[in-house]
Design a protein around this ligand. Structure first.
Ligand SMILES: Cc1cc2nc3c(=O)[nH]c(=O)nc-3n(C[C@H](O)[C@H](O)[C@H](O)COP(=O)(O)O)c2cc1C
Length: 207
């Protein structure tokens, strides 16, 4: 496994092959890449909508500056972050932790109280920024996993979140970022272009 090859192979796909779906086996691996992504305190305060329905994809394209990736890819992943954290979210997390790790609830309650004392008083704008930052970690994992499976993807911020939110019927959540996932069209000119990246020494400094 050469990770650098994956990073060089992938590119922000502009034109997808509309005829090529993602197998359910690969779809499951991609979903696991997102589900297993790390998040702050492990709370996973996000939801990902996977849209394969052509009519719905077309609707979303209209609010994505008409980018063809949205309608032509096999699946649109819409990463939505919570705009609020509630005591219920924290209680559910503590219960999940207790059942998976076979720890007594009473031993975890203190940790739950600590989470509540730090998170419930956060202003909503701060909560949104904090939860949105975390979906980008999952987005990164999705794109690398796609590359490892020779599946193409395009990260997309060029869309109208408010309109997406209405179409998806979101409550206490907002669309943060999108990934169009599928297979490149042989006509996509972008696959032939060289990667434009800064030199190593302008990004990294060893001290
Ligand atoms: C957060 C984010 C948002 C992006 N939004 C769009 C977009 O709306 N439309 C698009 O065609 N490309 C979008 N891109 C792709 C970038 O333009 C692309 O990743 C960058 O130019 C580097 O090229 P490469 O990914 O092909 O190596 C986005 C990339 C990121 C990381």
């Amino acid at each position: 496994m050469d990770l650098t090859n994956f990073y060089n192979w992938r590119y922000a796909t502009k034109q997808f092959d509309i005829e090529k779906p993602i197998s359910s086996k690969d779809m499951n691996i991609l979903k696991e890449a997102i589900r297993l992504s790390p998040s702050s305190y492990g709370l996973q305060l996000f939801k990902v909508f996977i849209i394969e329905n052509q009519e719905l994809k077309r609707k979303l394209r209209a609010y994505s500056y008409n980018q063809s990736q949205i309608s032509d890819c096999a699946a649109v992943f819409v990463f939505c972050n919570y705009t609020k954290v509630s005591a219920v979210d924290i209680d559910e997390f503590i219960e999940l932790k207790s059942s998976i790790q076979e720890k007594e609830l009473s031993k975890l309650n203190k940790y739950g109280d600590f989470l509540k004392s730090t998170l419930l008083k956060k202003p909503s704008k701060e909560v949104s920024t904090w939860t949105a930052n975390q979906v980008y970690i999952a987005l990164g994992n999705l794109m690398t996993s796609c590359a490892a499976l020779k599946i193409d993807s395009c990260p997309i911020e060029g869309f109208q979140a408010e309109e997406y939110n209405k179409i998806l019927g979101l409550e206490n959540m907002t669309s943060a970022v999108v990934a169009a996932v599928g297979y490149r069209s042989s006509d996509d000119f972008s696959q032939k272009e060289k990667k434009v990246r800064k030199k190593m020494n302008s990004i990294f400094e060893h001290k």
